[in-house]
Design a protein around this ligand. Structure first.
Ligand code: ARG
Length: 548
């Protein structure tokens, strides 16, 4: 597909001073793109309207009309040119050769995979697909929370009250109960804390019994998480967790010492990171390394192993200070790549109509939310299309997709109140709406015999309702690139909804099976819509059922 913003930029960048691609704005009225000339008034000492008029007379961009209005330079792409661009797809791989590490989901061992993990998992998972589609080499990292004294507590709880058969049967539920029980008992019996410390020390020392139990807890947790990842179309390339970095912290300490950055404060090792933040604590006085220290070791490991161009951390906003400290330490160390580290943060999620406190304690399991969505999807689908063949599979795709799409529909920093009803509204701005529109396109194409469509007469698609669709398809790739640059999968999901709305207006306004060259062109447009929706859905982790 042709990116007209770039084409315009290439043609005018030498003429307009200090022009940035982002100065070329998408416009809904009067034209396709525009450049406001107000910022040039100061530089050129002329009125914006005059500047716009002068530039409009000077600039030529092939296939694009240039005009001026009220201080804006307006660019209107010749319709047939733009139609052609949609059907002349060339591969768009602007990030080829770049390596991006994405740290996301990062579950904690023996902790429930709850609704709070939804955002990191789907934002990270979608960014993974988005970067990959743009040609980048992507490394998906699940930085497991597999280190800490709590695991010692879990071992003592298991030894006191646990049972192997029950653990095998109940898995994570059993671990959670043991964990809660241990905490309650610990308040009454102070000996328990010492016992727990003893076990966590044994894990660290590699004691085979303690490590064996811990590994079992780990595999129970991961088995559960992987079930959810499968449902969400999520993948990882690495599951190296915090424990992997424990013995790599000393190398970081050596580096910090060499730079004169490591200080002792009340027996603890710290790094001063400026007046606006508390110091980063590397090691406590009792010798235990801290979260930020293990993250420093992980950052070096990732740079050494993958030589990334960017390393993203998709983590809730309440860890903002942690990442600020982490990045600052790397900057103080003089690492040029400190600037390539990004904390991709996001807002809070609450869920409407589902109690946050379930039988399992004070948490709402992500899998329970997905199950509820699938059940609701199944009943809606049953009402709409009772005879559908693979109802079960489609309900899974639609129910899970509804939750994911909803999570990825607003800008990531906004807090969300999730509602099953609105996420599953087939007529709303939802996953099911996009999936349904895709299925509608496929059904039109299959009724037309899925015939090969070639030799399209581009002039047949310049009418208003078809052209609205064309416009939205023609820069889909650059929207995807913007999503990658801003770490904002919502750019993709929002564009998908717009394409569907425009296609449905076209579908209602024009008869597709009208015969002749017009029919071929309209079928070709339908296919282009279906293919773009399918690709876009996969970028935001959704399946695209052929029939619904
Ligand atoms: N497991 C951590 C938590 O649940 C998130 C880890 C994020 N990644 C990192 N490299 N610190 O809070």
């Amino acid at each position: 597909m042709t990116d007209y913003r770039k084409i315009i930029f290439e043609h005018i960048k030498g003429v307009l001073p200090e022009l940035d691609v982002s100065d070329i704005q998408q416009s809904e009225n009067f034209c396709d793109y525009c450049v406001p000339c107000f910022k040039y008034a100061k530089i050129l000492r002329k009125a914006p309207a005059m500047i716009a008029n002068e530039f409009a007379a000077k600039l030529t961009v092939p296939g694009v009309q240039v005009s001026a209005l009220n201080g804006y330079l307006n660019f209107t792409i010749e319709r047939a040119e733009r139609v052609k661009s949609v059907f002349e797809r060339n591969e768009f791989l602007p990030l080829a050769g770049k390596t991006v590490c994405i740290d996301y989901s990062s579950v904690n061992i023996a902790k429930p995979f709850h609704i709070g993990h939804l955002m990191t998992t789907v934002i990270g998972g979608a960014l993974y697909k988005i970067y990959k589609s743009l040609g980048a080499n992507v490394v998906g990292i699940n930085h497991l929370g597999d280190f800490g004294t709590q695991f010692g507590g879990l071992i003592s709880a298991y030894r006191r009250w646990g049972d192997e058969a029950r653990l095998n049967e109940r898995g994570l539920d059993e671990l959670l109960e043991l964990y809660v029980k241990f905490h309650n008992e610990e308040e009454k019996n102070p000996d328990l804390a010492a016992e727990a410390r003893g076990w966590s020390k044994k894990i660290e020392e590699g004691d085979s019994y303690a490590v064996g139990l811990f590994d079992k807890f780990k595999s129970i947790t991961l088995e559960q998480a992987k079930k959810v990842y499968n449902r969400l179309n999520i993948e990882f390339d690495s599951y190296l967790g915090e424990s992997f970095y424990v013995d790599k912290v000393s190398k970081v300490e050596d580096k910090l010492k060499a730079k004169g950055l490591l200080k002792l404060s009340d027996g603890a090792e710290i790094v001063d990171v400026g007046d606006d933040m508390p110091p980063a604590i590397i090691r406590r006085s009792d010798g235990a390394s801290l979260y930020v220290a293990r993250d420093l070791a992980a950052a070096y490991y990732r740079k050494d192993t993958y030589d990334f161009d960017k390393c993203l951390y998709v983590v809730a906003s309440h860890q903002a200070l942690h990442f600020k400290q982490l990045f600052k330490v790397l900057e103080l160390m003089g690492e040029p790549w400190a600037n390539d580290m990004v904390h991709v943060s996001y807002g809070m999620v609450s869920v409407e109509g589902m109690s946050l406190s379930t039988r399992k304690g004070n948490v709402l399991f992500l899998s329970d939310v997905l199950d509820a969505a699938v059940a609701k999807a199944a009943s809606i689908i049953n009402e709409r299309n009772e005879k559908l063949d693979n109802k079960k599979e489609v309900s899974e795709s639609v129910g899970v997709g509804a939750v994911v799409f909803d999570a990825l529909y607003d800008g990531r920093l906004k807090d969300k109140n999730f509602s099953l009803d609105s996420a599953l509204n087939f007529d709303g701005e939802t996953g099911p709406y996009v999936q349904y529109t895709h299925a509608r396109c496929r059904s039109v194409l299959s009724k037309a015999g899925n015939a090969d469509i070639d030799g399209i007469d581009y002039d047949m698609l310049t009418g208003d309702s078809a052209y609205e669709v064309i416009k939205l398809l023609s820069d889909f790739d650059s929207v995807t690139l913007d999503a990658a640059i801003k770490y904002e999968p919502s750019f993709v999901s929002r564009r998908l909804v717009k394409i569907c709305q425009a296609f449905n207006r076209f579908y209602n306004a024009e008869k597709i099976m009208c015969g002749g060259a017009e029919q071929s062109a309209r079928l070709a447009l339908t296919r282009a819509v279906a293919d773009t929706l399918k690709k876009g859905l996969s970028l935001v982790l959704l399946d695209a059922p052929e029939r619904m």
